[in-house]
Design a protein around this ligand. Sequence first.
Ligand code: FE2
Ligand code: FE2
Length: 163
Amino acid sequence: MQSLERELSEKSVWPVERLVQYLQSDHQRFLEEELPRLHSLANAVKRKSLIQFLDSMRTELQGHFKTEENIVFPVLISMENQDPGPLEPALLYACRHMKSDHRMHEKHLKTLAAFQNEMDEDRDNPVVLPLVNALEDFGRRMLLHLTIENRFLFKPYLPDTNS
Ligand SMILES: [Fe+2]
Ligand SMILES: [Fe+2]
């Protein structure tokens, strides 16, 4: 996906503080704009299973974002360009934990893509099309978001992994 790589390379030079600011406003946008919008679009097409899935995803993301914002990001900012010293084990644990959440989120995105594919043949339906497009956009933005965190924030503390 070329645009994903382009957006990633643009952000690869950002300092941690700027990345964190960007990521936090992304969190807000996911929870306050995109998920509610997906929810109401799914409601309009009466997709009960998708609505339930979006609800559980929202609960999971709320907890994950809160941990990042309250614990992980502040520590990463304070660590920038410094040796973590005695904090290293805790930081390693936190980064591993967030990264394993991301693996689960990637699976969730695959499930959303399956919902999207299922509805793709009804694209001509004016109620379905905005939902298909919104799912596509959400999946792309979430993937960019978690890849930025994995690569630019967590990876320096997880030298044994390669993504
Ligand atoms: Fe995040
Ligand atoms: Fe995350």
